[in-house]
Design a protein around this ligand. Sequence first.
Ligand SMILES: Cc1cc2nc3c(=O)[nH]c(=O)nc-3n(C[C@H](O)[C@H](O)[C@H](O)COP(=O)(O)O)c2cc1C
Length: 188
Amino acid sequence: MKVLHIDSSILGDASVSRQLSQALIEQLKTKHSALEIEYLDLNTVNIPHLTGAILMGQDAEQTALGEKLLNQYLAADIVVIGASMYNFGLSSNLKAWIDRISVAGRTFKYTENGPVGLAGNKTAYILSSRGGVYGDNSPMDFQEGLLKAVFNFTGVTDVQVIRAEGVNMGEDIKTQAINVALAKITQI
Ligand SMILES: Cc1cc2nc3c(=O)[nH]c(=O)nc-3n(C[C@H](O)[C@H](O)[C@H](O)COP(=O)(O)O)c2cc1C
C-alpha cells in the first residue's frame, strides 16, 4: 500500500496541519502492516510556479520534476495532505504542486461527455487547519474546496476532510479544535 504524505505549511513545528497529517500517518501505520510512505515536504522541495516554458516542456529539469510528481500521485493508494488556509486559499507551494499534477492525458482527459478523471482508485485525506471558523461550505473557502475539486476532477472521489479550525481564536479553542481532529483521526 503506497502512501503519499504531503505537507505544505510554512510554519514548521508550529504548524497544526503538519501535526494532524503526522498523526494520521501514525494511525494508518497501526491499520496497515506494509505501508510504503513517500514524504513530500513542499516547504523544502522547491516546485517553481508553472511557467509557459515549463508547461511547453522547454525546461528539462522541470519536466523531470513534473514527471516525478505526477508518477508519485498516480502511484499512491492513499494521499495524505496537510493543508493550511492562507488568505482563504492554499499555500502557494501546494498550488504549485496542483499545477504539476493536473495534466491532461495523465490525471484527467476531456471527452465528448465532459472531463474524466484518470487518477482514481485512491483515498485522499485532507488535514485542514484554519485560523477562523468557516464550517463545511463557506463561500470564503478556497482551500478545502479547491483541493476537493482537484481530487474529484482527477478521479478521486473518496476524499475525507479532517479539520481543525478557529486555531487563531485563543488557546482554548485551538486546543479543543486540535483534540477533536485528533480524535477523528483515531476513528480512521
Ligand atoms: C500567511 C497566512 C495567511 C493566513 N490566512 C488565513 C485566512 O485567510 N483565514 C484564516 O482563517 N486563517 C488564516 N491564517 C491562519 C492559518 O489558517 C492558521 O494559522 C492555520 O493553523 C495554518 O495552518 P498551519 O498551522 O498548518 O500552517 C493565515 C495564516 C498565515 C500564516
